[in-house]
Each structure stands twice: as C-alpha cells, then as structure tokens.
Design a protein around this ligand. Structure first.
Ligand SMILES: *Cc1c(COP(=O)(O)O)cnc(C)c1O
Length: 389
C-alpha cells in the first residue's frame, strides 16, 4: 500500500522567513559578527515579551541552566530536584556543578513534575528545584513556589518548551528565581543554536553575565568596539556561553512572529486532539484553567495494551508512511549514565516510565501546511487502526 505521503515530513522543521535571512546577511556585511548590538536588541525585545527585569542571551538553554545553578551557588554535594521526563541537559548541568540530580515523579496527565513528589524528596542537602514545563504546559507553580519558600529552595525553570507559557496571567519567565529558554532549531522560535535566561534579580543577572563570558568583568564584550579599548579583569573562572549577533539577527525576527507561530501550533494541536479521540491511544489532556499552553510538542501516548506492537513498532510504521516523529522522552533515570552513577532503575518513577514507554511526538511546527497536517492525521489513523488489538 502507498505511504500516506510521497516525501518525508521532517519532525521539528523551523520556519525561516525572508527578514531573518536579510538581517543575517546585513550582520555579515557589518563586520560585527560576535556578541554586540543585535544581541543587546534581542535581549531588550525578549525582556519586554516576558515582562522580566533582565534577559541574558546565551549560546543555549543548557548554558542558561548551568549558569543559573552557578549563580544560585549550587556546589558539590548539594541536591537539586527535577523531573525524569526531560532532555539530558536538565540533568547534566546539575552533574556539572557537582550536585546530585534527585528525580521526582511526574503527574501522568500533565506529564509535569508532581509537587507532592518534590516535597517527599527534600533533604537537608536540597538547594534547588528545576521544574520543566513539559511540551509548553505550565507546572503547578503555586505549589512549587510554596514548597520553595517553606524549604528556602531556589526555583530555576527549564522553559525550553515554554516561552509563551503563562501561569495565572504571568509568563513563566517572571516566576521563580531564574528561567532558561531555548532557541534550538526545533523550538518555538529559533536562532539555530541559542538560549536566554530571564530573572528579576540583579545579582543573578550580573553573575550570569560574568560567568557566561570567561569570568571577565561586565561589558567586556565592548572591548573591541569603536568606544576605545577597554581593559577587563578576570574575576572568576567562567565559561564561553555568549550568543553571537549572527544568532540574534535570526531571533529578532522570529520573536516578532512568536504569537502568529503559537496560534498556528495551537490550531494543529486541536486538530490532532479531535482526530485521535477514538483510537487506541491517550491524547494530551485539556489545558488547565488559568494557564496558557505554549503547544511546543504534541505527544500522543499509544495504548500498548490495546495494540499488537509496542511504541517503537508504531514509530517505524509512521516512518514508513513518511512521517517524521520524535520521542520526548525516554525517562532520564533509565539512561545508562544516570542508572549507573546514581543507582536509578526501572520501577523508581512509574508515571514517567508509563509515558516513556508509550510517547510519540508528532510534527507540530508553524511550517506545516494544512496538507501536511492531514497527512499526519491519515497516517496515525491508518497505523493505529492496523495494529489495533
Ligand atoms: C531543548 C531542551 C533543552 C536544551 O536546549 P538547548 O538550547 O539545546 O541547550 C533543555 N531542556 C529541555 C526540556 C529541552 O527541550
């Protein structure tokens, strides 16, 4: 039988428009390619979008999470609580500081970290919580901020999926102590590679700035500008985590279209939810009241008890229909490094494992045409129908 479409539909393909192409070319011709005026402009725009006091542009969300932990003073022997339903970097950055990643299980419906589980994992070594706003769905911030306040913990949001996400009328980037965002190619808006941290705390902002550029004293990036040579001092052993003007040239224009792109993804998300209700799968739950979902991922949980194959069988069948998919995520505690180093094993986090064994992410990008979306719908209905028990 012919596949659902003739050409392969790439998962997470970004929409690149003329304005950013021209801006990149302009930046190339300006001669100032590194961190400079366009990064400053992108930070200003982003800060205004989020409503935070500070926004610091960086090379990635991973860099932002790492610097946030450093700014918060996290060090060897500390414990940081996060979700196992996340990308590797959320856990890796904790390890980089010498702290121990302590996972807390998720809620099965929201796929977000369960605040009851967070509270159960707190010890006298706990210093911080990293909530991941999975797929763009807001975590229960009232509960998390209350726990943090009672136990004097720092809250660092992993908002790689969640630029547009709101909780009770506030952007996630205004809640907690620091929030890290990603502009990786597959994210809601992209700069190729790139990230941003928002905070309302001047001390954190200063430390992120200094630690993100070799530990050089503030504004050292201006040292080659036409304002005359500026001496810098090295005040700590920092990292090389700055964003380039070339990247900001893309971000400036992507950010202008963030709402347009979000609306398109929202329409596709609703279309998928309506199309898959009767199939052997669990569709994403309704968006919680008083929140805004950023619709970064559409994750379908295939109901393996009602199928004659497993999740990977469905992934392969969709691939043969020319539909690209993703898996967000294989629970982090099941990966060899985390299992070996920290003794995590299957059975530790049943809800995360439930999702991990069943999840499939379908294409959800502003680049998709109506025909692309219909191809995905046809393919998913065909494949889940074929393997239905
Ligand atoms: C993409 C992603 C990251 C890492 O973002 P980079 O900008 O690639 O470093 C971190 N956490 C989550 C949840 C992500 O999806």
């Amino acid at each position: 039988m012919a596949p659902a479409r003739d050409t392969f539909l790439v998962f997470g393909s970004p929409l690149v428009e003329e304005d950013e192409v021209n801006e990149v070319v302009g930046t190339m011709k300006s001669g100032w390619l590194g961190t400079g005026p366009k990064v400053a402009r992108f930070e200003e725009m982003f800060k205004r979008y989020i409503g935070s006091k500070y926004a610091l542009a960086l090379s990635s969300c991973t860099a932002g999470l790492h610097l946030s932990l450093i700014a918060a003073g996290i060090k060897a022997g500390d414990e940081v609580i996060t979700t196992p339903m996340t990308f590797a970097s959320t856990g890796n950055v904790i390890v980089h500081t010498g702290a121990i990643p302590i996972f807390a299980d998720i809620e099965r419906d929201s796929m977000n970290i369960d605040s009851v589980e967070i509270e159960r994992k707190i010890t006298k070594r706990t210093k911080a919580i990293i909530p991941v706003h999975f797929a763009g769905r807001a975590c229960n911030m009232d509960a998390i901020l209350d726990i943090a306040k009672r136990h004097k913990l720092i809250v660092i949001n992993d908002a790689a999926h969640a630029i547009e996400t709101e909780y009770k009328g506030k952007k996630i980037g205004r809640l907690g102590d620091m929030t890290s965002f990603s502009f990786y190619v597959t994210k809601n808006i992209m700069t190729g590679e790139g990230g941003m941290v928002t905070t309302n705390n001047e001390g954190y902002a200063d430390r992120i700035k200094v630690y993100g550029l070799h530990g050089l004293s503030k504004d050292a990036w201006k040292r080659y500008s036409d304002e005359g040579y500026k001496h810098y001092s090295v005040i700590c052993a920092g990292f090389k985590y700055n964003m380039m003007d070339l990247q900001a040239s893309i971000g400036i224009h992507q950010l202008k279209r963030i709402e347009k792109y979000a609306e398109r993804r929202s329409d596709i998300w609703i279309r998928y939810n309506n199309a898959f209700r009767d199939l052997p799968c669990f569709i994403p739950s309704e968006v919680e009241n008083n929140t805004r979902h950023a619709f970064h991922l559409y994750t379908l949980l295939v109901d393996i008890d009602r199928l004659t194959t497993n999740r990977d069988g469905i992934l392969n069948a969709l691939y043969n229909e020319n539909i690209g998919t993703g898996v967000h995520y294989t629970a982090l505690h099941l990966h060899p490094f985390y299992a070996k180093t920290f003794g995590y094993k299957r059975g530790d986090f049943p809800n995360a494992e439930f999702v991990s064994d069943r999840t499939i992410s379908l294409p959800l990008s502003a680049k998709l045409t109506d025909n692309d979306v219909e191809d995905v719908v046809v393919a998913v209905r065909k494949i889940l129908g074929r393997y239905k028990r």
